[in-house]
Design a protein around this ligand. Structure first.
Ligand code: HEC
Ligand code: HEC
Ligand code: HEC
Ligand code: HEC
Ligand code: HEC
Length: 322
């Protein structure tokens, strides 16, 4: 009786304090790179996750990464950036309740339908950055069509500076269950192993174990399960992780994304698909059996052949994806 009275008292006192406080929940959240401040320009956002310092000691990882699609996750081959633009023109601008009438109306939340996976750190930026990205893509396209090579190259470089780099994977996205495992700290790189020990980088002077770095769920953060229902207007692009969970695993598959894409392929950080022979060679097993038969068609003997082809998908998910 007494206790419940005391608890009610505490709740009454605490309630007004909590009511006006829109600070997000989670102890340590305010000490992440993401929470430092909202980046107001592309340059500020790039600086936040600047991975230049990693190169000198991890040259091989860097070389491999720079060949991968992750190093150009917004620009892609040009097609990814242009598809962002199409999604705005043919999507957002035609949807009556999106609030987007012109390119300049685009805000972070509009772009998250793509950036959730192509540039997750956009969540740590202001709407100015969303606009700067959209305007840069548009200006790049115009310069490209006008054959203004210098301008196009300059804008391409800006768009390429936005990517999934060392710190996006080894810090920002290295922990999925943040209330269970804690928020990623600003001074720490997260790897497969290591525990809480010193790391030689000046700024990232600690090394900790990421509970998910070696597991498929790590890649699953961006490789999709299906429609992204948490968005105001769900999008769908990649679905490999869903296919992995609901088809490959139940069929008895037991390898992780990292095993096939980083380790057995020998490609390490240059995670690849059909663009690399070592992957496309493994994609489908083909077994062909042929047999000659003589077919008796009433009274006529006709030589025939039967060809039986078994195609088996050996990837850990449906192909092609998306
Ligand atoms: C001055 C050199 C130096 C710099 C700069 C540096 N590292 Fe390291 N890093 C090391 C050494 C040495 C190890 C330990 C080697 C080992 O045991 O694998 C290591 C280990 C790691 C590991 C493996 C952790 C594990 O146990 O799996 C990761 C991940 C890592 N570094 C990421 C980074 C990132 C990201 C940056 C840039 C922010 C960076 N490093 C900058 C020297 C450096
Ligand atoms: C759930 C995460 C996710 C979302 C959301 C997402 N993508 Fe993707 N996207 C990927 C991944 C991962 C790939 C790599 C190929 C694959 O698995 O299909 C990809 C591939 C692409 C490609 C093909 C690139 C190439 O050249 O092969 C384009 C273009 C693309 N995305 C554009 C978009 C646009 C535009 C949006 C928003 C409307 C979007 N994506 C939303 C994860 C996502
Ligand atoms: C797309 C996510 C991703 C990016 C980007 C990425 N890594 Fe990794 N990294 C991983 C994963 C996953 C592993 C664990 C690999 C495994 O399970 O075999 C790893 C392992 C490592 C390791 C320890 C194993 C080793 O190879 O020695 C180091 C060091 C490392 N990464 C450094 C870097 C550096 C430096 C960069 C930037 C140039 C980088 N990583 C970019 C996902 C990433
Ligand atoms: C932070 C989000 C993110 C994470 C984490 C991530 N990826 Fe990706 N990945 C992408 C995006 C986005 C693309 C497509 C970029 C583009 O081309 O437009 C991609 C492309 C790829 C491709 C090339 C696909 C193609 O069409 O050529 C492979 C393979 C791949 N990722 C494997 C992995 C694996 C394996 C892991 C885990 C070790 C992983 N990725 C982790 C976002 C991510
Ligand atoms: C058993 C090995 C294996 C596993 C496990 C596996 N993959 Fe793959 N993956 C492949 C192979 C082989 C290809 C090449 C397919 C091709 O050439 O079209 C591929 C292709 C891809 C592609 C490109 C799909 C496309 O449209 O071309 C992506 C993205 C990808 N994998 C991501 C992942 C992710 C993320 C995981 C974990 C959830 C994963 N893979 C697990 C073997 C594997």
């Amino acid at each position: 009786m007494k206790w419940s009275l005391i608890i009610t008292g505490i709740l009454v006192v605490a309630a007004p304090a909590l009511a006006g406080d829109d600070h997000p929940a989670g102890i340590g959240r305010d000490q992440t790179l993401a929470a430092r401040f909202k980046a107001k320009t592309i340059a500020e956002l790039v600086a936040r996750y600047d991975s230049e310092s990693c190169i000198e000691c991890h040259e091989e990882a860097h070389e491999q990464w720079s060949e991968s699609a992750h190093s150009r996750s917004l620009f892609g081959t040009g097609r990814t950036a242009l598809t962002f633009r199409t999604a705005i023109l043919n999507g957002l601008m035609t949807w009556k309740a999106s609030g987007v009438e012109e390119l300049k109306d685009v805000r972070v939340e509009h772009l998250m339908g793509c950036a959730k996976c192509h540039l997750p750190q956009l969540a740590d930026a202001t709407d100015d950055v969303a606009r700067e990205i959209v305007e840069s893509i548009d200006a790049w396209r115009t310069a490209y069509l006008d054959e203004d090579d210098d301008k196009a190259d300059e804008l391409e470089e800006t768009l390429l500076s936005l990517n999934i780099n060392c710190l996006v994977c080894h810090n920002r996205n290295a922990i999925t269950h943040k209330w269970t495992d804690g928020y990623p700290r600003t001074d720490t790189v997260y790897g497969l192993a290591g525990g809480d020990i010193a790391h030689e980088d000046e700024t990232f002077s600690r090394k900790e174990t990421s509970p998910i770095m070696g597991a498929s769920i790590f890649c699953g953060q961006c490789h999709g399960e299906g429609p992204n229902f948490e968005l105001e207007n769900p999008t769908q692009c990649a679905t490999a992780y869903g296919s992995y969970l609901f088809a490959y695993i139940p069929e008895g598959g037991h390898k992780t994304c990292q095993q096939c894409h980083m380790e057995e392929s020998g490609l390490g950080h240059n995670m690849q698909s059909y663009r690399a022979k070592v992957m496309s060679d493994k994609a489908v097993a083909m077994e062909v059996t042929t047999q000659a038969v003589v077919w008796r068609d009433v009274s006529t003997m006709r030589p025939k052949a039967t060809v039986e082809i078994d195609l088996t998908n050996q990837a850990g998910h449906g192909i092609p994806d998306g």
